[in-house]
Design a protein around this ligand. Structure first.
Ligand code: COA
Length: 184
């Protein structure tokens, strides 16, 4: 998991969502439901304690360059690694990445990768406190599906094998810990 951001980029900050600091008005990632979620639902969902959101901004600009959100989820143990079935639990607690998106004019420069790596760091800390066996997300289906799928595979996610959610991918917390142990 490596970000390949250009050396001359403005300093990138990733901070917890703050309605009064982060300007979402011009954000467009090319996938309308995500743009709509950021502008219309995020604030209410954060207020209701349903998701936590982290926002990337460039330099001193308040405009959102990219973002991701995390929430709690349980998945069925019959999908996923054999270790989950051996544990004989009725469901498996995981962390769910509900959205990751980068502003269209900033895509392809490594920011998406940097956001997922930042999310993984948070997931590792969260998992230490409350236990979560994996981080999970649903890869959106549209004309860019194959590129998206590739993006997550390269970051270490693999198909969960859930017939109800065929585009659901996961990365075990043990893999995330092992990866960061080699990076730090
Ligand atoms: C997917 C996304 C977050 C990647 O962010 P990024 O900053 O462009 O990613 P990086 O520069 O770190 O990595 C580039 C890789 O991202 C993927 N990617 C780039 N643009 C993409 C797009 N419009 N749609 C889907 N995947 C894309 C590709 O795998 C690309 O690698 P490639 O150029 O070799 O094909 C970003 O393209 C985006 O916001 N897309 C629209 C919203 C979305 O699809 N969110 C994911 C929901 S599951």
């Amino acid at each position: 998991m490596q970000a390949d951001l250009p050396a001359d980029r403005p300093t990138l900050t990733i901070a917890k969502f703050d309605k009064s600091l982060h300007d979402r008005s011009a954000f467009s990632c090319g996938f309308a439901p995500i743009d709509h979620f950021l502008k219309s639902s995020l604030s209410d969902q954060v207020k209701a304690g349903m998701v936590a959101a982290w926002i990337a901004t460039a330099g001193d600009e308040p405009a959102v360059s990219g973002f991701y959100t995390l929430g709690a989820l349980t998945v069925r143990p019959d999908a996923g690694p054999r270790q989950w079935q051996r544990a004989r639990a009725p469901d498996v607690p995981v962390i769910y990445i509900r959205a990751v998106a980068v502003r269209q004019d900033m895509q392809g420069k490594g920011l998406g990768t940097a956001l997922v790596i930042d999310a993984m760091r948070h997931c590792m800390t969260i998992a230490e406190q409350m236990c979560a066996a994996a981080t999970v997300l649903d890869v959106l289906r549209d004309d860019h599906f194959d590129r998206r799928w590739q993006f997550y595979q390269e970051l270490g996610f693999r198909p969960l094998g859930d017939p109800m959610n065929p585009t659901r991918v996961f990365i075990p917390t043990t893999d995330v810990r092992a990866t960061f142990a080699t990076m730090d």
